[in-house]
Design a protein around this ligand. Structure first.
Ligand code: DHB
Length: 391
């Protein structure tokens, strides 16, 4: 049996050789997925790869008569690596689509390659507002920090929070969160006592949190990238900040579903605003979470997985619509304006900006069946990225 299969394979290779490699290539549709699979942002890569594979397991790997091939590369979240790998994928592998992009510097490093090679770049994680303006070939399925930060600044003053200190990671998404939260909070009559920024690489939150304790704001507003939330929460608890009457608020990156359940009781009651919670009570999400956990040893999907899953859908739909004809330009055109029911809720790819329009939810960490979840209690519908320069 084994022997026969091998013989058949050899025959198939010979046939391919005879019919020319071009034909074989034409029947393959390659997605180059560049992600941080190791290093500080490894959980982002693990979540997105798992979600992309789940999408393919559920929807098959043949679309419009083409065999979809996923090529995963680990950039260790270093933008020079992301650029080098994307270049190789375009030049050597001749990928039809580039995707992934765990952090903003990676997405910005690859944008010129997408433009020059006319390859669609589906950004599944990185969330600085300006990214989609870096190339007309970029389409985003994650979110933007301005999009999710404003809701928190509207909720806080109505709920007893009159003064805040902001604490953000010192790069694109953190600066977006700081700006859009603070401006709206000031507009709503609140006071920002201090704006603190921590480095992206190996952050030590202790000295910053000490400072927050001394300043005694009603709340600390936090943005840290996925994977760093548990460290913030731990130190917040250890320093007795909650007991000192300082509340923790932020974008949902800090109560990341990937880590939330291990954060302990200090996380209880923390209110955040975000576009996705694993606890979102729709049938589509219940199925997504159950299938994801089943395929991944009970790992709970987070918002990164959501961006990867919907990113694959956007690519599949574009391939279906174009039949793979017309190259990158046709694919991007077919990605624009897509509208569908995602496990996170209804979403829309804005044709003008190529950015995602989606619901933003206010959520509070609660214990449900012995597990910690971000439980949604309010929604702002169909939120566009407020960070885009005027078109
Ligand atoms: C980015 C990375 C994250 O992990 C996150 O939660 C939000 C934004 C970024 O680099 O854009």
């Amino acid at each position: 049996m084994q022997k026969r299969t091998l013989l058949q394979a050899a025959a198939a290779v010979a046939l391919l050789g005879a019919s020319g490699l071009g034909l074989a290539q034409d029947n393959v549709f390659k997605i180059g997925l560049v992600l941080p699979m190791t290093g500080q942002q490894a959980t982002t890569g693990r979540q997105i790869e798992a979600a992309a594979r789940l999408w393919m397991a559920q929807n098959g790997d043949t679309v419009a008569g083409k065999k979809v091939q996923l090529i995963v590369k680990d950039d260790t979240s270093l933008p020079d690596q992301t650029r080098r790998l994307a270049q190789e994928l375009v030049v050597n592998e001749k990928v039809n689509v580039l995707a992934g992009m765990g952090i903003t510097p990676s997405a910005l490093a690859v944008a010129p390659i997408a433009t020059q090679s006319k390859t669609p770049l589906v950004v599944m994680a990185a969330a600085t507002s300006s990214i989609t303006e870096a190339s007309p070939y970029i389409v985003r399925t994650s979110f933007t920090l301005p999009q999710v930060s404003v809701a928190m600044a509207d909720w806080s003053p109505k709920n007893g929070i009159k003064s805040v200190v902001t604490l953000v990671t010192d790069y694109g998404p953190g600066l977006d969160a700081e700006k859009y939260f603070s401006e709206r909070f000031l507009f709503n009559g609140g006071k920002v006592l201090e704006k603190l920024r921590v480095p992206l690489r190996n952050p030590d939150f202790a000295p910053f949190l000490q400072k927050v304790r001394d300043l005694k704001p009603d709340a600390l507003f936090v943005f840290v990238p996925s994977g760093a939330g548990a460290a913030v929460m731990k130190q917040f608890g250890e320093r007795g900040m909650d007991k000192a009457g300082i509340r923790l608020i932020g974008t949902g990156d800090v109560t990341d579903d990937d880590q939330l359940n291990d954060m302990g009781d200090v996380a209880l009651g923390v209110v955040t605003s975000h576009h996705y919670s694993a606890f979102h009570p729709s049938p589509a999400n219940k199925k997504f979470v159950a299938d994801f956990m089943k395929a991944n040893k009970n790992l709970r999907p987070n918002f990164m997985a959501m961006g990867g899953y919907d990113g694959m859908r956007v690519i599949y739909e574009a391939l279906k619509k174009t039949g793979g004809k017309g190259g990158g330009d046709a694919l991007v055109a077919a990605m624009k304006g897509q509208i569908f029911e995602s496990p996170r809720g209804p979403v829309f790819i804005d044709a003008q900006t190529r950015d995602i329009v989606q619901n933003v939810y206010l959520r509070k960490v609660e214990k449900k069946d012995g597990q910690l979840y971000n439980v949604e209690f309010d929604v702002i519908k169909d939120v566009k990225d407020p960070g885009k320069s005027k078109q």
